[in-house]
Design a protein around this ligand. Structure first.
Ligand code: NAD
Length: 493
């Protein structure tokens, strides 16, 4: 068995298992490698943990396969699976402070966001899928002469799951909850910059009493562990959340291996449209939330704001004032609205985009620079105006606190501008004219659209992308479909 370590986070001692979680216990990686996890608010190492490799993925897949069959997880009583998922939710609630502390130290998220939003959403997502276990039913069909047919929904089998660093815990649960509810087993890889909360949750998975092998966590890097999961010949389904570039790689890996079923939740470049009849103060508040939530490190962030020319100056002034008030500070400070971005790589990438915006002739209206706070990766909220549709800052996902603002005059013009992107994850419309709201949301090519709000995602409603933002849907009942195969049974009557 692998070691655990106790670390101090903001004055709180927390023990954290440092091994891989395979077959119900924490084990050392076969190669005994370790990698370092750092705190983005200081750039300093928090601790080092076991680094998985492809051979560890093999062991994890064997355990997951065994749990499916020998431990009869796939055919287990749905009530049993429901109880376990609810038990896990209870354990997360009981230990909420430890998990929130780990998540903040690992990601740079604010304590407030994590405690009031990420963690409650995580717990509710578990409970929601706990409620579904006995409701995933097939259909009967008597419409075919001399034939009776029915369908049953069967678990797909061993699911590989790969998650990003922006919502480590929430993504972990978005992935495992519907998979387990429907009787699948899981081999999951956390992101290399944010592996801690998943390790801690695996401790609770063991405590809750999930049979060994139902959930296996192999921490490590994309090119090794991620790629091994994507290419594995004995993984039946792969659910991936991350960048569009890696999503292409995943799809190709499936094609080159065993054609495992693939769902992809990828990047975005969300348009957020403000019509002249919108409630300006409300629209400002939601637009600020659209970019401030998780400091722009959100796939559905509202990063392109389109303002009608009649209200352009007024909106911009109010919005700028609002963004000026964003308090950039330490994640554990209660008055902080925005912490450091997640990693040095991300920090450099965002600053690179800010430079490119300036070089391409956009006007830097607010922010645009890093601030120095004890070595952490802090970047000021940034607004660019005078942008044109072909600039990199308008086309590419920056994944940081940077928003670009454009002016429009007609509805058809703004629909064309909003849809002028390879992405299609989310979009917002602000107007009091409900006919317009229905018309424009209908015309926007995005998997999620909001009217008079932005960046609101609920576990009961399907979430996913149009175009290059993904394939398939997570959350709601849609996720249950993506974790089951429909089997048709015909009777000759
Ligand atoms: P990323 O694609 O670099 O990494 C995501 C995960 O994939 C990580 O665990 C990483 O280790 C792994 N990975 C990297 N290369 C791999 C490879 N060759 N094979 C297998 N796995 C590999 O993305 P990121 O920078 O960590 O995350 C940010 C991206 O995630 C953004 O584009 C964001 O929009 C997207 N995202 C999308 C959603 C959504 O639901 N649509 C949610 C959150 C984040």
């Amino acid at each position: 068995p692998a070691a655990s370590k106790t670390i101090a986070v903001n004055g709180r001692d927390i023990s954290i298992p440092t091994g891989l979680f395979i077959n119900g216990e924490f084990v050392e990686a076969l190669g005994h490698g370790q990698f370092s996890v750092e705190d983005p608010s200081t750039g300093k190492q928090i601790l080092s943990i076991s680094e998985g490799q492809p051979e560890d993925v093999d062991v994890a897949v064997k355990a997951a396969r065994k749990a499916l069959k020998d431990a009869a997880w796939a055919s287990s009583d749905p009530t049993y699976r429901s109880k376990l998922l609810n038990k896990l939710a209870d354990l997360l609630e009981e230990n909420i402070e430890d998990i929130v502390h780990l998540e903040c130290a690992d990601t740079g998220k604010t304590y407030r966001q994590c405690r009031n939003s990420d963690l409650p959403d995580t717990v509710e997502t578990l409970r929601y899928y706990a409620g579904w276990t006995d409701k995933v039913l097939g259909q009967t069909n008597f419409t075919i002469p001399e034939t009776f047919a029915y369908t049953r929904r069967e678990p797909i089998g061993v699911c590989g799951q790969i998650i990003p660093w922006n919502y480590p815990l929430l993504m972990f649960v978005w992935k495992i909850a519907p998979a387990l509810a429907t009787g699948n087993t899981v081999v999951i890889k956390s992101a290399e910059t944010t592996p801690l909360s998943a390790l801690k949750v695996c401790e609770y998975i063991a405590q809750a009493g999930f049979p060994p092998g139902t959930v296996n966590l192999v921490s490590g890097f994309g090119k090794t562990v991620g790629s091994a999961i994507a290419h594995h010949m004995d993984i039946d389904k792969l659910a991936f959340t991350g960048s569009t570039a890696t999503g292409r790689f995943i799809l190709k890996a499936s094609a080159l291996s065993n054609l495992k079923k693939v769902t992809l939740e990828l990047g975005g470049k969300g348009p957020n449209i403000i019509f002249p009849d919108a409630d300006l103060d409300e629209a400002v508040e939601w637009s600020a939330w659209g970019i401030n939530m998780n400091f722009g490190q959100t796939c559905h962030a509202g990063t392109r704001i389109y303002i009608h020319e009649e209200i352009y100056d007024r909106f911009l002034e109010k919005f700028t004032e609002r963004m000026r008030k964003v308090n950039v500070g330490h994640p554990f400070d209660q008055s902080t609205d925005q912490g450091p971005v997640n990693s040095k790589m991300q920090y450099n990438k965002i600053l690179g985009y800010i430079e490119s915006g300036k070089a391409e002739g956009a006007e830097l209206h607010l922010g645009g620079e890093a601030i120095d706070k004890s070595g952490g990766y802090y970047i000021l909220p940034t607004i660019f105006t005078n942008v044109s549709p072909n600039m990199k800052i308008v086309r590419e996902e920056i994944f940081g606190p940077v928003v670009v603002i454009s002016r429009f005059s007609t509805e058809s013009e703004v629909i064309a501008l909003a849809n002028d992107t390879n992405y299609g994850l989310a979009a917002g419309v602000h107007t009091k004219d409900y006919e317009r709201a229905v018309r424009v949301t209908g015309a926007l090519q995005a998997g999620t659209t909001w009217v008079n709000m932005y960046s609101f995602v609920h576990w009961r409603v399907p979430f996913g992308g149009y175009k290059e933002s993904g394939i398939g849907r997570e959350l709601g009942d849609a996720a249950l479909e993506s974790y089951t195969n429909a089997k048709a049974v015909y009777f000759n009557m």
